[in-house]
Design a protein around this ligand. Structure first.
Ligand SMILES: NC(=O)c1ccc[n+]([C@@H]2O[C@H](COP(=O)([O-])OP(=O)(O)OC[C@H]3O[C@@H](n4cnc5c(N)ncnc54)[C@H](OP(=O)(O)O)[C@@H]3O)[C@@H](O)[C@H]2O)c1
Length: 255
């Protein structure tokens, strides 16, 4: 795939996977829109990309705020033209102890990981439908497939994103819009840094970014990696509940 001149809007671009995708796609000639709240970090990335001869535009916005997202995406489109690819990547993690469930924290996770994604999709889809082309990409998680211990909010949010995008695929593919759902396992980013619990098959960020770019280029409908953890998770889908519960309870990925 030729990324030259493509307008790619990446949310959560100030850090981790989003930052990695922005640098990789800009290097291949894409015009990248960087959306996140921390303006200073976005400006540094713009500077780095411009220094390497690429084009990037920073937009400080909170994905939970529909008006801010709409304004940011309009500003990006007015600068570079129609948005070809949206990568809905912004997300937050959380550890939940259901015995003292913090409903506000659950709302925050769902607000960023689900409503934030919906705000971005709502802001780009009308123009894509009008043009009959575009590509929506969600960075979901292997945590979307089944519930995991101490992860009620995160698993719930990622299951919602995956189902949301699957529904979008059914409706939008016939109208010329590609839809890709990425289900990563554990990747070394600030999100996972400092975690004490086991993180099987933990991947380097650069390797993960390469895989995500490949899946977008191939217009994969769904892509789960690394294959070892994806295979285990898929096996979990086939297990009867008593067997799944027995194994999942003994394999917490959160302290
Ligand atoms: N790392 C992993 O192992 C892993 C595995 C599976 C899936 N994922 C998913 O991959 C995505 C990226 O995660 P990461 O590991 O790269 O984490 P990260 O380094 O913590 O980056 C998260 C990004 O989301 C942005 N963000 C958070 N809240 C936001 C908000 N309200 N509005 C706008 N931007 C917001 C942050 O920017 P600001 O703080 O500047 O706003 C930051 O750029 C997430 O959706 C995560 O669930 C990660």
């Amino acid at each position: 795939m030729d990324w030259t001149g493509k307008a790619v809007l990446i949310t959560g671009a100030s850090s981790g996977i989003g930052r990695g995708l922005a640098l990789a796609l800009a290097k291949q000639g894409a015009q990248v829109g960087l959306l996140a709240r921390r303006r200073d970090l976005l400006d540094q990335i713009v500077h780095e990309i411009a220094g390497a001869g690429g084009k990037a535009i920073a937009m400080a916005a909170n994905v939970e705020d529909a008006a801010e997202v709409r304004a940011a995406l309009e500003a990006f489109a007015s600068e570079v033209g129609a948005i070809d690819v949206l990568v809905a990547n912004a997300g937050v993690g959380a550890s939940n102890d259901p015995a003292s469930l913090d409903a506000d924290q659950v709302a925050r996770v769902l607000g960023v990981n689900v409503i934030g994604v919906a705000n971005c999709v709502a802001a780009v889809v009308p123009a894509m439908v009008a043009r009959g082309s575009g590509h929506l990409v969600a960075i979901s998680s292997l945590a979307a497939y089944r519930g995991l211990p101490k992860s009620a909010a995160y698993c719930g949010s990622k299951a919602a994103v995956s189902a949301f995008f699957e529904s979008l695929r059914l409706d939008l593919e016939p109208r010329g819009i590609d839809v890709t759902i990425i289900h990563p396992g554990f990747i070394k980013t600030p999100l996972t840094a400092g975690r004490q619990a086991q993180m099987p098959f933990l991947m380097e960020l650069d390797d993960a970014v390469r895989k995500i770019v490949w899946a977008i280029e191939k217009k994969r409908k769904s892509y789960a990696f690394p294959w070892q953890l994806a295979t285990i998770v898929r096996a979990g889908l086939l297990m009867p509940i008593f067997m799944y519960d027995h194994i999942a309870r003994r394999n917490s990925f959160r302290e």
